[in-house]
Design a protein around this ligand. Sequence first.
Ligand SMILES: [Zn+2]
Length: 487
Amino acid sequence: MSAGPPNLVLVVLDCVRAKSLRFGGARRPAHTPELDSLGRDGLVFDHAVAPANWTVPSHWSMFTGVYPVVHGVRQASQAPRSFESVSSRLVERGYETALFTEQEFLVAGLGLEAGYGFRAGPEAGEGAVTEERSKRPGSLRGTDLLYSSPALRLFRAVPPAMVPFNVIDHRVQAAYKARLCGPEVIHRFEEWVRQRDRSRPFHAFVNFVDAHEPYSLVDPTDEAGVLARWYARTPRNFLLLLPELRDRVPWPLLENEYRRAIESADRKVGRLVRALKEANELDHTFVVVTADHGQAFGESGTVFHGNGVTEAVTRVPLIVRPPVEVSLPPRVSEWTSLCALARWFEALARGRPTAEALELPSTPDVGPSSPTVVYCDGSPASDFGKILRGRASEAGWNHRLLAAYQGRSKWVWDVDSGEMFWWKGDGAIADDLRGETVVGSEAHRVRTEIFDPYLRLAPTSPAPTPARAENTRDDVAARLRSWGYDG
Ligand SMILES: [Zn+2]
């Protein structure tokens, strides 16, 4: 490798699941020539697992290298127990750091932006949040009314009653998303790479949010019908609370739009790589592409993300495209948590040999065989304690579910009900399979050997304070709530 530490670029494709990509084994993959090209030139981790099932805890884990049970953030309004991000450590090592995000959480005052000297995102002054909010009909109080018991009873009994709300709400959400997902952020990256001072190595973090809901139907043969089209535009929390509506959503047609959204993100990845190349930086850069969590389309009753730990949500792409002089194996099939990214980046910045820095197994492509257990901490929806908590308390998606992967097994422990499930397989996507219920001495063994070690990672220091919300701008918080998050 040429002299000096390498540049480190981390690209998060928000909501992009492994299951919809060619190297994730998709039956109908999104067309992603740019990701495919990075995968050909680099290393594909085909058993990568997100640390959490939604954006904020997952990003905290990627940035700090610890699981959610350690940093303690499971809802947006919590501050982490302690916070030393990889970006801060890279600054200490002389790196220039920059954050480019279409995802508001990264610049919403939660602390995730700390350590990045340059920031470009929705906060940067375009006024989209405030403007969209002023266009939004009704207020948060109106939203609360829509979740009232009489309203939910009405929607359950007369599903078409939901449609007028969806007509209004979807337009607002879709317009907002279209603005977030425009060319602005990738353009800012291109400019920054072109103009930056080349004397220092850099670490850039980029989040593209194209694949996030809401979606419109892509229905070329018009098979869905008018009402189904509008049911499909129902906000996530209603789809979770009302199986009557969820069952009327033509999920495969929503997935058509999802694939298109992934393709849009893929084109931005292509622009990013070309910008690095034109600035003569690509040959000295590790480009890592992943996703903070996947996206579910009704699998086992789960909707989008922030609920459940189905493979659709837990399994994410992970590609490492190294500098030109570095050769890597084409594939690693061990279970890999995105918590590893912080360790990798720090080791690469310290000049460790690449195989050691990336903790590559000696036999990388034989399938997962390591005794190491990898976890996904599935909080009961990202706004738990607000709208969904206390409703549908029997529903699995509304429980805290821990997923654990080891070798050729996946276990899910429902922390709230105590139930445990097991899947055995070759690590293939298993959403359509029903896990076996684990009981008796085997349940005791799995609890003791697999899940207790995860819980024991929790520090004994006090739980995180609920102080962050006051640092979040009112308008940003309102927008996050309107997307179904706890702002
Ligand atoms: Zn996300």
